[in-house]
Design a protein around this ligand. Structure first.
Ligand code: 13P
Length: 251
């Protein structure tokens, strides 16, 4: 199973900057990836097409959107549908990122609608889960992950090939803080997620990739990638520069 290294560029980079980073990254990777790696870039909506067009024809990079609205089309001002994302040339979408949960106030039910609609529409999904520091300190890690996963994955289309759904564990307290979760924290949370997924999606669970995200850097990527049940990384800040992201890909 290939490990996924994903770049979440969040609300950074205009089209020109995004295209330039894609070109720089492509030049470093020289269109060969280390064995057993897949790379996905999540630019902002507005720089998605420019990013895709900047990649060479035989690119090893895949692209995705950072959000999606769960409807085919219609009166949803400001929103973007799965078919628009596919039309731009992207094949992935993030759902349930903690910044959307906490800043935009998306709840589990809405994240679930987005996840199932996106998958049913042909997009592959990286569904994000993770607890706040308050929840962790209150001993609620299992309950929070269980609520988030059960609702996020409540209505998965069937059949669903396992490589199309990826789960990202991103403890909120480790995002953008420079504070990486310790190895034991990551192992514990990923084991809980694997166990919960067993009940939700059944036998194909061992082919479902679980990514870790939260202050991943070139210096800690290799160590995290070695941990049990870590099938890749979702990187924010350290993915903005091509050389730093390339080091993480090759870690
Ligand atoms: P940082 O790598 O900047 O902590 O962000 C993690 C993240 O939120 C990726 O989705």
């Amino acid at each position: 199973m290939k490990k996924i290294i994903a770049a979440n560029w969040k609300m950074n980079k205009n089209s020109q900057e995004a295209a330039q980073t894609v070109q720089e990254l492509s030049a470093i990777l020289n269109n060969t990836l280390p064995e057993k790696r897949e790379v996905i870039i999540f630019p902002s909506f507005i720089s998605l097409e420019a990013s895709i067009h900047a990649a060479p024809e035989n690119t090893v990079l895949q692209f995705g959107a950072q959000d999606v609205y769960p409807a085919k089309d219609g009166a949803y001002t400001g929103e973007v549908s799965p078919s628009m994302i596919l039309d731009a040339g992207a094949s992935w979408v993030l759902t349930g990122h903690s910044e959307r949960r906490h800043i935009i106030k998306e709840d589990n039910a809405f994240v679930g609608q987005k996840t199932s609609f996106a998958l049913a529409s042909g997009l592959n999904v990286v569904a994000c889960v993770g607890e706040t520091l308050e929840e962790r300190e209150a001993g609620r890690l299992y309950d929070v992950l269980s609520e988030q996963l059960n609702q996020t994955l409540a209505k998965l289309p069937t059949p669903l090939s396992p490589e199309r759904l990826v789960v990202a564990y991103e403890p909120v307290w480790a995002i953008g803080t420079g504070k990486t979760a310790g190895s034991e924290d990551i192992i514990e949370a990923h084991a809980i997620i694997r166990e919960l997924l067993k009940d939700i999606i059944g036998t194909s669970v061992f082919q479902t990739r679980i990514l870790y995200g939260g202050s991943v850097k070139p210096e800690n990527a290799a160590e995290i990638l070695k941990l049990e049940n870590v099938d890749g990384l979702l990187v924010g800040g350290a993915s903005l520069k091509a050389d730093s992201f390339a080091k993480i890909i090759c870690a």
